[in-house]
Design a protein around this ligand. Structure first.
Ligand code: AKB
Length: 329
């Protein structure tokens, strides 16, 4: 990717699964001098070293949020700080506080400082009344989880700030994101990351979701591409602005296990169902229709299950000393 001029970016939640990789992509694209990474936690392990300057920021502090945007002359905010679905279900009040108050602060700061704002929504915004096969872009959204409630509310709020105040808000509904740098924490789709680590380290995996539970998924490079491309899209082409359905693949635990077995024939999956995560997963789409994103800003994923599995096992195999695995690229 070449350097694009003119953007001064603040990333919240930078130490999370997506933030820790998006930070480097933003630094590569806009120049590390133009990227400020932030998190409520200190970057004590230097995870973000090289991806711009790091500042500690609790997004619940509206004053600190605003000062950082002013002091560093930020014009684009990627607001990733949020709790994921399973942990939100265990701590619903905290989820409302962080996901909604943090978002309101981001929207206000963007409004006051003329910033563009990226806010990720999720497949979690849908619920059991949604058509679960080929889920349309615009459809019934009555989620049963607190995470979903915050995601739908967030989508509406982003639309409102755009229509009412002209804030350039944009976003996508991310599916489960699979990566090998930072582990996700507290999500329903986390199993699809853990399974690769367990395959390499132990040769087996006990899955918390039932066989047959199909969910949309995406490999991290595609997720990063989506986040950058939607923010760079020509606004004249956008009929939707926030919450574009985006997906790259969908599978159930049996299908990902079968793909892993192609590389590690002795790999074995068994099941110990977590009722909380299972109930959430069953209320989410089996697979989404992402044609609006394809038509309005050219969304096109590059990774399918086979290619992603080759890369995940190759990378983790190198890291954990299973370099002898026959990995196809
Ligand atoms: C979760 O499982 O909570 C997230 C998501 C799909 O939003 N990965």
């Amino acid at each position: 990717m070449g350097k694009e001029k003119g953007k001064r970016v603040l990333l919240t939640g930078s130490l999370g699964q997506i933030g820790s990789e998006l930070a480097f992509a933003l630094a590569e694209r806009y120049g590390a001098d133009n990227v400020i990474t932030s998190d409520v936690r200190e970057d004590s392990h230097g995870i973000l070293d090289g991806a711009g300057m790091f500042v500690e920021l609790d997004v619940l502090s509206a004053g600190d949020f605003d000062s950082i945007v002013r002091d560093y002359r930020i014009n684009t905010i990627y607001h990733l700080a949020a709790l994921l679905s399973a942990v939100a279900e265990e701590k619903p009040q905290m989820a409302w506080e962080i996901n909604m108050k943090g978002l309101v602060n981001a929207l206000e700061v963007a409004k006051e400082n003329g910033c563009s704002l990226f806010v990720p929504s999720s497949i979690g915004a849908f619920g059991p009344d949604t058509p679960l096969d080929n889920t349309p872009q615009d459809t019934i959204m009555r989620p049963h989880s607190m995470y979903g409630v915050t995601k739908v509310s967030g989508e509406l709020l982003c639309d409102y700030y755009q229509m009412r105040f002209g804030v350039d808000t944009r976003g996508v509904r991310f599916p489960g994101i699979i990566s090998n740098k930072t582990l996700p924490g507290g999500g329903t789709t986390d199993y699809a990351v853990e399974i690769y680590y367990h395959a390499i380290l132990y040769g087996s995996y006990t899955c918390c979701l039932k066989a047959g539970t199909s969910l949309d998924m995406m490999y991290m490079p595609d997720a990063i591409k989506a986040a950058i491309d939607v923010m760079e899209a020509d606004p004249a082409n956008l009929k939707h602005r926030n919450a574009f359905n985006v997906t790259a693949m969908h599978f159930d635990p049996e299908e990902i296990a079968a793909e892993i077995k192609k590389h590690i024939p002795e790999f074995n999956i068994d099941y110990e169902i977590d009722p909380l995560r299972q109930a959430i997963a069953e209320s989410w789409p089996n697979y989404m229709d992402d044609s609006a994103a394809r038509e309005e800003w050219g969304w096109l994923p590059e990774y399918d299950l086979a290619r992603m599995t080759g890369e995940m096992l190759g990378e983790l195999g190198e890291r954990y000393g299973r370099g002898e695995l026959e990995i196809e690229g």
